[in-house]
Write a protein that binds this ligand. Structure first.
Ligand SMILES: [Ca+2]
Length: 284
């Protein structure tokens, strides 16, 4: 091989390698939940955008856990789905058993469901105008967990979560984010829906940003019978969590104190908390 030919061969080899070598960063995927079913059957893990009815939330979590990179779970469930609640125009997902825990970086975004809209009201304006469309509804069992993350970072947006003993379990180091959710209430944010016995809104063992100063980030965390936000991280996290701009103990209207069986706070306390939290609230 002449020097010129060898050089050309080397150039071709480099070009081939650059085109066909795997990317350095893992390619993230989006799994679109298109039904409220709870089957663990592999047919509900297909999550093909072109095929209706082949992606349950359970199936999407299984797929996302198996996919490296920051994956996303979106929602596009039709009104013909049996889980559609016509009176409130939303979709209820009722897991028969705990969903698989999230083990890898994941974004779960309920605002992707058509018709859902984030809150536009500031804390000074009072309540939350968020219109949620996806409800994760537990069976009331005293040992159930709604959404749990045990590995990676979880961003959860725009979900109503209720009737689980622990609605949201943030157990890995994080940093996690919880934005624009209703935790412990129905889809309207105005009715308490606690599990039987003790129930917890968020159990936090890592670091998280819960809410924020922008309207779209504010959560309603109310109706949980034992503890709204339980920070169990102690001194193990290098950075403290931020809990800011949420409605805690109040309905989405920003005024109604939602009844809970073991509520410790007074209405006055709850309204004070509504205006901004600097420390985790262990009791509501
Ligand atoms: Ca599909």
């Amino acid at each position: 091989m002449s020097g010129k030919a060898a050089g050309l061969f080397l150039l071709q080899a480099v070009l081939y390698a650059s085109v066909f070598a795997p990317a350095h960063s893992a390619r993230a995927a989006t799994f679109i939940v298109d039904n409220t079913g709870d089957a663990s059957d592999v047919t509900f893990q297909a999550c093909s955008d072109a095929v209706p009815g082949d992606c349950s939330l359970r199936g999407a979590i299984i797929r996302a856990n198996a996919s490296t990179g920051i994956d996303s779970i979106a929602f596009d469930i039709p009104p013909s789905d049996p889980g559609y609640m016509a009176g409130s125009a939303h979709w209820r997902i009722s897991p028969e058993s705990d969903l698989p825990a999230v083990t890898d970086d994941l974004i779960v975004d309920g605002y992707t469901q058509p018709g859902a809209n984030a809150n536009t009201l500031s804390p000074d304006q009072g309540g939350s105008s968020a219109a949620l469309k996806i409800e994760l509804h537990g069976n009331g069992s005293g040992s159930s967990t709604g959404l749990a993350v045990v590995g990676g970072k979880l961003v959860v947006r725009g979900l109503a979560m209720n009737r689980f003993q622990t609605n949201l379990a943030l157990y890995s180091p994080g940093q996690h984010r919880v934005e624009g959710c209703f935790i412990g209430t129905d889809i309207s944010g105005m009715q308490s829906l606690a599990a039987n016995g003790s129930s917890f809104g968020i159990r936090l063992r890592g670091q998280a940003v819960i809410g924020g100063t922008l309207p779209a980030l504010r959560n309603v965390i109310s109706g949980n019978s034992s503890i709204g936000i339980w920070d169990e991280s102690g001194t193990t996290t290098a950075q403290p969590s931020t809990i800011q701009g949420n409605l805690i103990g109040l309905g989405a209207d920003g005024a109604t104190v939602l009844p809970v069986r073991q509520r410790r706070g007074t209405g006055r306390t709850d309204r004070r908390r509504q205006r901004g939290l600097r420390k985790p609230v262990r009791r509501q």
